[in-house]
Structure formats: structure tokens, C-alpha cells
Write a protein that binds this ligand. Structure first.
Ligand SMILES: Cc1ncc(COP(=O)(O)O)c(C=O)c1O
Length: 490
């Protein structure tokens, strides 16, 4: 395939249909008509700009959409190709009338509830979910699958009848005991197993909390910049988000008190602020607890990746300092094991145990028991601790490799500093650069470094990119930083 074929795509610059959509249609039709075949290379963006007299962003939009739908695939350093595994629709004849009937964004929105609109208000991004440097991804290839398989097999081959019905919505009790012991020892959390609720990851836990504790227009402090998954859960509940600034030591508690002392909830990542990486000092922790106690507000402590601490001593959890039962502690297995496991947990204050169990019963009756049983055995037999120890060594090396690669290849493009914990680094961009545009330039190359602006509720003074390094070996890290450096200089 060469550029002359693509140059034959008819584009009508007077049409109301956006040009990126016309280009998308044109390329898709060439694939459906078997003119472009699996494995054919799409000319580079620069060449397409020239051949078709289109802007780079138009081309990037069209290619990204085709990639997202599975028509194209990109490989770092090699380019973009017609996918070898075309989506099923490509093997059927497409009814052009059906295409005409595709509902508009506006008509879809009108059909949704207010909550539905809040839930789906996330801007569409062209970042691939499997792209390099996507934030928050562990190296799933390191997971001991053989051990996991053996444990699962054992539980499936002799299932216990009492565990196959509707269990306790808070989860499999032995796992709750094991988690209680783990967080007591590793994080200084004070709890009894009854306070542990197993959830489908931290994200479900956030929705559960929002459903149970928030009324329409209640104020919630959120870190700014902060974890956008949490913002979404509170917005969907109709809450009023109060952005509280973050510095190198985490959230500025005093600002929250000045802005909204009456808030119902403060959502905080004290061990390792997401995404700026700060650790909340003791003085701010005490201030936060005092505020929550005096206002009868709740603090959500999101301890999403505290297992990966590389330097210094981790501060124990905020929950461990709480004498008035105002903290709801949240953990996830997504970062230490793998995200699709969809298991996390809450440690709720004693007075909330029953409401949480009832709410969970009403919503989905709880998480799958067999997986919880397997996870319990995985933890009790020491595989969990071993996997964390191994991953910690590996990720520390990878963070070092990323720091070195940036320092050598593009210190003028990204300002970085080591993070003492976690799975991502922040690369601050030069002051006048847009992080969103920079990230969009990298998506077509299969690089999914997220712009810092995605996590901010107010405009940032300076943008940056989040580099999730944990999932990639050192060779990939160096090659990708080189590619980023070259493409951003073009
Ligand atoms: C800060 C933070 N909290 C919570 C989560 C949610 O994790 P999960 O829903 O996979 O447990 C993430 C995931 O990226 C995160 O970055």
C-alpha cells in the first residue's frame, strides 16, 4: 500500500461532516472493500498531511479512531498498519443507511439521566489502554500465574457447598481476616476483620461510599490535581467538588478548611499523592483528623500503591492515627497483582459496617467468592509478600532507568525528580507547552503517557506528562524515551 491510494480518498472541505470523520470513513471503506489489506502500512502522518492537504490533528484523530475500533494497529518505531485481526464488522457488508442513523452526541445525552450524564462526562481520549507509559499499570507478566492456576484449580475441584450460595456481601471471612492482619502489620491500620469489606477494586469502593454518604450538592474536598476516578464517583453522586491544592507534601489541609469547612468528605492519598507524589506530613495529618472530628466529616484514605516504597520509611496510615472513627481506608489489589482481578477492600469504621453491608447487598450482593478464596490462600502461603518484594526491586530499577533516559536524552523537554514510591514519574514540560497536545502527539505512536491536566479541576500553571514505568523493561523504557524525544522535536 502506498500513499497514492490514500491520496485517492475523496474529501469534501465544504461538507458539514468533519474532515477527520471523512478521512476515517475513507480509510475504513478501503479496508472493508479489501483494497487495504491486513498488514498494509499506512503512510506516516507527515506524508498524509502533504498528500491530503490536511492538518496533523485531523489525521491523528482519524487514525486514532480506526485504531480504537481495531482497524489499525501501531507499533512503536515501526509505524501504523492495517490490523491483522480486523473487527467482526469488517467481514460483513455495512448498511450505509445504518450509518446515517447513528445517533448524535446530543441525542444520546438527552436520553440519559442527570446521573448518567455525569457518569459519562469523561472526555474521550485517543490513548490506547495498552499503550506504553500508561499510568497505574503493574508488570502483569511477572505475576506467578502457575501458582495462581494451581490454587484456583484446587478450589474449583473441591468447591464447598456453603461458599456457592449468596455469601456475606462484605466478602469471604478468612480473606477479610487475612487483609486485616496484612494492613495492621504493613500499614499500621487499626481494625478487626469485621471492618473489612471486599470490593470490586477501589473504583467500586468510591461509588459505594458516594452512594451511601453523599447527598446532592454536598461538598467534597478533592486533591487538585488528583485522581480523576474519584472525581467521577463524587460528581455522579451530584456532589459539589471542592478542589484543594496540592504541593510537594500532598494536600494543603488549611486551604480545604478555608474553602469548605462544612464538607462531608475529604478524599486524600496521604502516603503517595496521585499524581504529584508527595507524602502528607504528620502535622497535616493531625490537622485533617481534627477537622474531620470537629465537623463529623469522613476522610477517605486512598492507599492505592503504598506497597511500592523504594526509599525512606513509609509513614503508617492516617487511619492508624484516627481516634474518632472518621477515616475510611481503601486499598486495591490492582497495583500489586493485576487490574482485571477487580478486587480491592475498604476498612470502614465500626459504626459503618452494617450500612456498608446493606448497601453492598442491595447493589450487587458482593464479589465472587472463589476468587476471594484463591486470593486468601495466595496471601496466607506467602506468595503475595514474595511477589511484592520481587516487584519492588524491579520497579525501583525501572524508575531509575526512566530517570536516566530522560536525563540523557531529553532533559530540556522534561523536568523530573525521583519519586520515593509508586509506579509512575511526573515529567514537567517547559512552561509554555500544552500537556494535552503533547500527549496527543504521542498517542499515535502507541505511547499513553497521560497529561497532568487530565487530573486537574482548574487550569495548571505548568503541564506535565505521567510516565507509568512499572510495566516496561529497561530496553523499552530507553527506546520509548528516545522516540518521544525525537518526535517532540520534529
Ligand atoms: C489513586 C488511585 N486510586 C484508585 C485507583 C483504582 O484502582 P482499582 O479500581 O483498579 O482498584 C487507581 C487506579 O489507577 C488510582 O490511581
Amino acid at each position: 500500500m502506498n500513499s497514492t491510494t490514500l491520496a485517492g480518498i475523496e474529501l469534501d472541505k465544504q461538507s458539514k461532516r468533519p474532515l477527520h470523520r471523512q478521512l476515517y470513513d475513507g480509510i475504513r471503506q478501503l479496508i472493508l472493500a479489501n483494497i487495504l489489506l491486513p498488514g498494509d502500512q499506512i503512510p506516516p502522518t507527515r506524508q498524509l498531511c502533504q498528500d491530503l492537504s490536511l492538518s496533523r490533528s485531523t489525521i491523528v484523530d482519524a487514525l486514532s479512531q480506526l485504531r480504537a475500533e481495531g482497524y489499525l494497529e501501531s507499533w512503536v518505531g515501526r509505524g501504523t498498519f492495517v490490523s491483522n485481526m480486523l473487527p467482526e464488522v469488517a467481514t460483513h457488508v455495512v448498511n450505509p443507511e445504518f450509518e446515517q442513523e447513528v445517533p448524535t452526541k446530543q441525542s444520546i445525552e438527552q436520553s440519559l439521566s442527570r446521573r448518567g450524564r455525569a457518569l459519562t462526562a469523561v472526555p474521550v481520549t485517543n490513548a490506547s489502554k495498552s499503550g506504553i507509559f500508561r499510568s497505574g499499570m503493574p508488570d502483569t507478566s511477572q505475576f506467578p500465574f502457575k501458582t495462581w492456576q494451581k490454587i484456583l484449580q484446587k478450589h474449583w475441584s473441591a468447591p464447598q457447598i456453603q461458599n456457592l450460595g449468596y455469601g456475606n456481601s462484605a466478602g469471604y471471612f478468612p480473606l477479610r481476616e487475612t487483609i486485616a492482619q496484612h494492613v495492621r502489620l504493613a500499614r499500621g491500620v487499626q481494625c478487626q476483620p469485621e471492618q473489612v469489606m471486599i470490593t470490586a477494586g477501589a473504583q467500586q469502593a468510591l461509588f459505594l461510599i458516594a452512594n451511601l454518604l453523599l447527598d446532592q450538592n454536598d461538598s467534597v474536598w478533592v486533591e487538585n490535581p488528583g485522581y480523576n476516578g474519584a472525581h467521577l464517583a463524587f460528581k455522579a453522586a451530584g456532589a459539589h467538588l471542592i478542589p484543594v491544592s496540592v504541593d510537594e507534601n500532598g494536600v494543603i489541609v488549611e486551604e480545604g478548611i478555608i474553602k469548605a469547612s462544612e464538607a462531608k468528605i475529604a478524599y486524600i492519598c496521604p502516603s503517595h499523592q496521585y499524581p504529584l507524589g508527595g507524602t502528607l506530613p504528620l502535622s497535616r495529618r493531625m490537622q485533617l483528623l481534627e477537622w474531620a472530628n470537629s465537623q463529623k466529616a469522613w476522610i477517605i484514605e486512598d492507599d492505592y500503591d503504598s506497597e511500592y516504597r523504594y526509599t525512606g520509611h513509609p509513614l503508617a496510615s492516617l487511619q492508624g492515627l484516627d481516634k474518632s472513627y472518621r477515616v475510611i481506608y481503601m486499598g486495591t489489589f490492582s497495583k500489586v497483582l493485576f487490574p482485571s482481578l477487580r478486587l480491592g477492600y475498604l476498612i470502614v469504621p465500626p459504626q459503618l459496617i452494617q450500612p456498608f453491608e446493606k448497601a453492598r447487598e442491595a447493589i450487587d450482593r458482593g464479589s465472587a467468592f472463589i476468587t476471594q478464596m484463591a486470593l486468601n490462600e495466595f496471601m496466607v502461603e506467602g506468595h503475595f509478600a514474595r511477589h511484592i518484594r520481587r516487584s519492588r526491586v524491579l520497579y525501583a530499577q525501572r524508575q531509575q532507568a526512566l530517570l536516566e533516559a530522560i536525563a540523557k536524552l531529553c532533559p530540556d523537554l522534561f523536568e523530573t525528580r525521583p519519586f520515593p514510591a509508586g509506579m509512575h514519574l511526573l515529567g514537567w514540560l517547559p512552561k509554555d507547552w500544552s500537556d494535552i497536545e503533547t500527549a496527543e502527539k504521542l498517542y499515535p505512536l502507541g505511547i499513553s503517557a497521560a497529561p497532568l491536566s487530565n487530573y486537574a479541576l482548574t487550569p495548571l500553571e505548568r503541564g506535565g506528562l505521567l510516565f507509568g514505568y512499572a510495566a516496561h523493561n529497561e530496553t523499552v523504557i530507553w527506546e520509548t524515551v528516545k522516540l518521544i524525544s525525537e518526535s517532540l522535536r520534529k
